[in-house]
Design a protein around this ligand. Structure first.
Ligand code: FAD
Length: 355
């Protein structure tokens, strides 16, 4: 029996499972999935979990069941590719024949002193829960700073402003306009929404230091009750610690078949894999589909294509609370209610197919 070990039951890991189970797993292959959380978590919804507008249960999806799928819950501490082993905290190492690493990403603090210690996060389920707890226990009129106005910072700020109209929300961003990776028309639309909804935007900011209850913008102190960091991500530290070439986000460089250049049995998926695109759940799923193609062909003794077609991404949709949204679909900017309905529809479909 060969053992395919999948590290992380996120969007990439889950897609590999759903492509191989129930019918495409050869009879001599078993799968071991390892995650610290006993269910698949919908990370794209952590902004709403933290804002208190959805319950914890709504971001959980059960892992599939299959006689040849073993699920191990625990903390992965490292990978020893020389002896094909995954190292676990307080448990024996797990041996693999093929390995898929899909451990997602973490916050990147850009060496800002105090940022790691004194800010809250929405990059993991545990951290999003802590952020929920602190935000929702704030007294009336409290000041919340959100550092970084990319997609997750914007979604958190807008959701929180609907959830807690009494809070003073300040959204700090480096750029001249928020959402720097989106067309300017969309950035301006979202900025206007924030003006109407009493979220203060501080453009061209530069957070130079964070202390407990205080951040420094261009060295000027600003008192805040809670500071949430959404200003950058990097690959999971397990991946950052591995040997091998990485990009500026610490993501491992992979071959066109998604494995390490010097080890064809170690595949990387999702936010841990270097790619020409920004990390996203969609990208993780596209990579997972191609990894499954490689595995199936190898298991069947078939030749591999020299390369796969470029992964086509459908676009990006963001929410502005529960009624409005924005995004780019098929290269067209969309805003308002339609964008929000589309986003909710995509989430519904995802849960329907995986639930
Ligand atoms: C607020 C927010 C909104 C987003 N919105 C969108 C969106 O609209 N569209 C989109 O495409 N993308 C969106 N993203 C990005 C998307 O969530 C990620 O790109 C995606 O989750 C990456 O999938 P993954 O499989 O690489 O990792 P993840 O889905 O992050 O899964 C990683 C898994 O690894 C487990 N894990 C990590 N470390 C360990 C360890 N040491 N031991 C054991 N288990 C471990 C975790 O528990 C987790 O289950 C959003 C992200 C955020 C934060």
């Amino acid at each position: 029996m060969k053992n395919l070990v999948i590290l992380g039951g996120g969007y990439g890991g889950m897609k590999i499972l759903s492509e191989l189970l129930p019918n495409h797993l050869p009879s001599d292959v078993s799968i071991t999935l390892i995650d610290r959380v006993p269910y698949h978590c919908l990370k794209t919804e952590y902004y709403a979990l933290a804002a208190g507008t959805i319950s914890d249960k709504e971001v959980r999806v059960a892992f599939p069941e299959h006689p040849r799928l073993q699920i191990k819950y625990g903390e992965i501490t490292g990978i020893d590719t020389k002896v094909n082993q995954v190292l676990m905290k307080n448990a024996d190492p797990i041996v693999y024949d093929d390995l898929v690493i899909g451990l997602g990403c973490e916050d990147k603090y850009h060496d800002v002193p105090g940022a790691a210690e004194f800010t809250y996060s929405i990059q993991s389920i545990e951290k999003a829960r802590r952020t929920y707890s602190v935000l929702n226990n704030l007294g009336p009129g409290s000041v919340v700073a959100i550092v970084g106005a990319g997609l997750s910072g914007v979604e958190l700020a807008s959701e929180l402003s609907e959830s807690r109209e009494d809070l003073q929300i300040k959204l700090f961003d480096r750029g001249k306009h928020i959402l720097s990776s989106f067309p300017e028309r969309l950035s301006k639309y979202v900025e206007n929404w924030f003006v109407r909804n009493n979220v203060e935007i501080i453009n061209e900011s530069n957070i130079t230091k964070v202390e407990e209850g205080r951040l420094f913008n261009h060295d000027n102190p600003i008192d805040c009750d809670v500071i949430v960091w959404t200003a950058g991500i990097q690959a999971n530290q397990i991946v950052r610690q591995m040997d091998g070439e990485k990009d500026r986000l610490g993501r491992l460089i992979v071959t066109p078949h998604h494995h390490l250049p010097n080890d064809e049995h170690v595949f990387i998926v999702g936010d841990c894999a270097s790619a020409p695109h920004a990390p996203s759940a969609q990208l993780a799923e596209g990579q997972a589909e191609q990894i499954v193609e490689v595995l199936k062909k190898r298991w069947n003794g078939e030749p591999l294509p020299a390369a796969f077609p470029t992964i086509k991404l459908k676009g990006v949709l963001g929410s502005l609370g529960k009624k409005q949204g924005f995004g780019v679909m098929a290269d067209r900017a969309i805003t308002g209610r339609v964008a929000r309905i589309l986003k909710s529809g995509i989430l519904w479909m995802y849960k329907f197919h995986n639930g």
